[in-house]
Design a protein. Structure first.
Length: 447
């Protein structure tokens, strides 16, 4: 079989084998740490906390932490504080000239920005740690248990939560350097996958106990899920190709005609980053309420803590559309692309090289990004429709939204890297037809 042969080829490539083993080791460390409970807390008294994170926005928060949030683990705050800090720093590169200049300094500027992102992550963690402990105290109290008293427990637990999240961030960075794929994205994906078996079992039990529909409804849900996954894959891979014609050149006495090539401009150039950014911001109300939406009396906060509510999904969709344009503007630079084409004697038929080409590419990107951003927003809010249709909260999260798009995007990106490693060593790729898998990152064709 082609698949078995490909696995053998992967194992033959020493560097690829090492990367996969290192990635597996880091994943196991992360999963092990998500079950290490904070000192002084009885794991058997966490039933109320686990019930709180079984549905709604809290379930998403628990999913991104790989279940560590509901386990009161040292990794409970997960990787989302780092994502939030990254969003703030990237926004500052547009709004503040100092950060914009830093971004243009190349490798040294990137190192400075990474360091600032880490500092900001620590600050966010120091704010979220005590809030998490307050919510944990409330949930333990509802089952007759109590947190250890004293300032020392609060300080030591906050430090442990902060250190745990920073360790997860470090694991992600090492995974990127030594393993396969983007480490931070891989950690989020592992957390999502960890919730899938229990979610599908819960949905199966729920449907088999239901007198109306039963197993037929469960099979229909699985079929619909496969359709949504197919749509997500199409969204991640979709591209529009613009022809690039090389000008005729005369070298010596020889004349070379034009060569027609294509620039693959992606319909969803930003990948899954807009939905991650938007999701991180939509979790701010939960942070402000101390992770305890039940105790909040603010109607505004409660509206944005309900991930199945109208206002939550409307704002979520709008933010995804805006972030899609924002991240596309960062990823694709029409001026730079036009200059590269001009430098290589290339031009788009009917368009003057230089400024006009840059304006044309910018117009095309804006036009194809619009439907892509709307489709991305639609897929993102699909779990709300699934919940309204009667699907259990945990399983509904896989009908689109952040979880599905991250899952599809990271898997395709990882397969793309493995494909590249195999082809560099003249082994057969992962696809029998020989066509390369298009990951979510993509690249602009060399002119």
């Amino acid at each position: 079989m082609k698949f078995i042969e490909t696995l053998k080829n992967i194992w033959k490539v020493e560097s690829l084998r090492t990367k996969i083993l290192v990635t597996t080791l880091f994943v196991l460390i992360y999963r092990f740490g998500s079950f290490i409970v904070l000192p002084g807390i009885n794991p058997e008294s966490l039933t109320a906390l686990q019930n709180q994170t079984s549905d709604g926005l809290m379930s998403l928060l628990d999913m991104f932490s790989g279940g560590a949030f509901s386990n009161a683990s040292i990794f409970a705050l997960g990787i989302m504080p780092y994502i939030s800090a990254s969003i703030v720093i990237q926004l500052l590169t547009i709004a503040v000239p100092y950060f914009k200049k830093m971004q243009m300094e190349g490798e040294s500027g990137r190192r400075k920005m990474n360091q600032l992102t880490r500092y900001l992550t620590v600050l966010i963690l120091l704010l979220q740690g005590p809030a998490y402990l307050v919510n944990l105290s409330v949930q333990l109290g509802s089952v007759g248990a109590v947190l250890p008293e004293g300032v020392w427990f609060t300080v030591s637990s906050t430090i442990l939560l902060c250190a745990g999240s920073m360790f997860v961030m470090w694991l992600g960075e090492r995974m990127t350097d030594k393993g396969i794929g983007n480490g931070i994205s891989m950690i989020i994906m592992i957390g999502i996958i960890a919730r899938f078996p229990s979610a599908i079992i819960q949905e199966f039990i729920s449907r088999t106990e239901d007198a109306s529909g039963g197993l037929i409804m469960f099979l229909a849900e699985i079929t619909l899920l496969l359709v949504v996954i197919g749509a997500a894959i199409a969204l991640v891979q979709a591209t529009r190709k613009i022809p690039v014609q090389y000008a005729k050149r005369i070298v010596g006495n020889k004349q070379y005609g034009g060569v027609r090539q294509y620039i693959p401009l992606k319909v969803n150039a930003a990948g899954v980053m807009p939905i991650i950014f938007a999701q991180a911001i939509m979790m701010i109300p939960i942070m402000l309420m101390g992770f305890n939406s039940e105790g909040a009396n603010n109607a505004f906060m409660n509206a944005f803590a309900d991930n199945n509510g109208f206002w939550y999904n409307l704002v979520f969709a709008v933010m995804i559309i805006l972030f899609t344009y924002f991240y596309t503007a960062i990823t694709y630079n029409p001026t730079q692309m036009a200059e590269q084409m001009k430098h290589n004697n290339g031009f788009i038929p009917g368009i003057k090289p230089g400024k006009k080409t840059a304006e044309y590419l910018d117009t095309i990107m804006s036009r194809i990004t619009l439907p892509g951003s709307f489709f991305l927003a639609l897929v993102a809010i699909m779990p709300a429709f699934a919940s309204i249709a009667g699907v259990t909260g945990g399983f509904a999260q896989f009908y689109g939204g952040t979880s599905l798009l991250i899952l599809v995007g990271v898997v395709l990106d990882t397969l793309d890297q493995i494909e590249s490693e195999l082809r560099m060593r003249h082994y057969g790729g992962l696809m029998e037809s020989g066509h390369r898998i298009k990951g979510r990152t993509g690249s602009i064709v060399a002119y």
